[in-house]
Design a protein around this ligand. Structure first.
Ligand SMILES: [Mn+2]
Length: 324
C-alpha cells in the first residue's frame, strides 16, 4: 500500500508528466498509460504518452486516446521532471526511449512483470497483479481521481486482454471491472474492437502460417512443444495486431504445454521475435536465457539464427527450465 501512496503523492504534485509504454505496445501498456494520462490532465498537469516503436499506435488501440495524448518520440521534450513507465519491466523495453530514464528528474515505474528490475526512483511493481491497469486503477483511486468512460475504457482494455477475458482475474479484479462498467466502459465494444475484429487478410495469413505449425510431443520435458513461424512475406499482408494474434491460436493446442511463435524481423531477417505461452513451464525463465522476459505463462525474447537454430535453442532451454 505504501508504494501506491508514494506514487499518488508523486503524481499529485507533478505539473508535467511523460508516460511511456513498452515498444510495440499492447492494450495493457497503452490503455493504462492513456487512462493515467487523462486523469492527470484532468488535475491540470501537462501530459504526453509515448512509446519507442513503431511510429504509430496499433490501429485497434488508437481509439483509447480520447485526449490526443499520444506523442511521437521526436516531439518529446529533451528530458522530463517526472517520467512514468507503465507495463515495462526494463529500460531496454522502452527501445529508443530507454535513455530518458537516466535523464529524468524522477521515474515512477508501474508494472506487473516478474522480470521487472526496479529501475525507477519510485515503484508500484506487483507481480501478483494481472495487468498494469490493475495497478493504475489503485493509484487513481488513491489520487481520488474520478473514473469517467474514457479512463474506464483504457483500464478495462488492459485488464480484459491481460487476463485473457477474465480467465485469470481475481475476485478483487472482477470487482474492479464492475466499477469500470459502472463508469461507462462498454465491454462488448472494447473486446470487439481490440480482440475479435480482423481484416479478411487475416484468414489466408493464418492458413499459411498454421499449415506449417509443428508439434513436438517429446520436447519441453515431455510436456510437448508447438510452434509456428511468421516469415516477413506472411506478416506483410496484415497489421501487427494480426501477427500478434497467431500465438493465441497456437497456444490452444492440447498436446503441448509450451507454445511459441517465431516472428521474422523485417529489418534483420535472421532475427526472430519470439512469443512464448505456457501451462507447464516457466517461460519467463526461458525468455530470460535469451535476454528477454515477461511472465511465467507468457513471455518473449529475440533470438538470431535460422528457424532450425532458433527452435533447437528454445528446445534445449525448455529441457532444463523450471516447471510451473
Ligand atoms: Mn501487462
Amino acid at each position: 500500500m505504501q508504494d501506491i501512496r508514494d506514487a499518488a503523492a508523486l503524481l499529485a504534485s507533478a505539473g508535467d508528466v511523460t508516460i511511456l509504454g513498452h515498444v510495440r505496445p499492447d492494450a495493457d501498456a497503452l490503455g493504462s498509460a492513456l487512462a493515467l494520462g487523462r486523469a492527470l490532465r484532468q488535475r491540470g498537469a501537462r501530459v504526453r504518452v509515448s512509446f519507442g516503436e513503431p511510429d504509430e499506435a496499433p490501429e485497434t488501440l488508437r481509439w483509447l486516446d480520447e485526449d490526443g495524448l499520444l506523442t511521437h518520440p521526436d516531439a518529446l521534450p529533451d528530458s522530463e521532471e517526472l517520467l512514468v513507465c507503465v507495463d515495462t519491466p526494463t529500460p531496454k523495453r522502452l527501445g529508443r526511449l530507454a535513455g530518458r530514464v537516466e535523464l529524468a528528474g524522477a521515474v515512477l515505474v508501474i508494472d506487473h512483470h516478474a522480470t521487472n528490475t526496479r529501475y525507477g526512483t519510485c515503484h508500484v511493481v506487483d507481480e501478483s497483479a494481472e495487468a498494469s491497469a490493475v495497478l493504475v486503477f489503485r493509484v487513481l483511486e488513491e489520487l481520488g481521481a474520478e473514473l469517467d468512460e474514457p479512463i474506464a475504457r483504457g483500464l478495462y482494455a488492459g485488464i480484459v486482454t491481460d487476463t485473457s477475458g477474465f480467465r485469470r482475474a481475481s475476485p478483487e479484479t472482477h470487482r474492479m471491472a464492475t466499477r469500470l462498467l459502472e463508469a461507462g466502459a462498454d465491454p462488448e465494444a472494447i473486446v470487439r474492437r481490440i480482440v475479435d475484429e480482423r481484416p479478411f487478410a487475416w484468414l489466408p495469413m493464418l492458413s499459411a502460417v498454421l499449415g506449417e505449425a509443428r508439434l513436438e510431443p517429446e520436447a519441453a520435458q515431455g510436456r510437448g512443444f508447438v510452434y509456428a513461424v511468421v516469415p516477413v512475406e506472411a506478416a506483410r499482408t496484415v497489421r501487427g495486431e494480426e501477427v500478434e494474434s497467431v500465438i493465441d491460436v497456437v497456444r490452444s493446442v492440447r498436446e503441448a504445454a509450451v507454445a511459441a511463435v517465431l516472428k521474422q524481423d523485417p529489418a534483420h531477417p535472421r532475427q526472430w521475435q519470439i512469443s512464448l505461452r505456457s501451462t507447464g513451464i516457466d517461460v519467463s525463465a526461458v525468455a530470460a536465457q535469451f535476454g528477454g522476459g515477461g511472465h511465467r505463462q507468457a513471455a518473449g525474447c529475440t533470438i538470431a539464427g535460422s528457424v532450425a537454430e532458433v527452435v533447437a535453442g528454445l528446445r534445449e532451454v525448455l529441457e532444463r527450465a523450471p516447471l510451473l
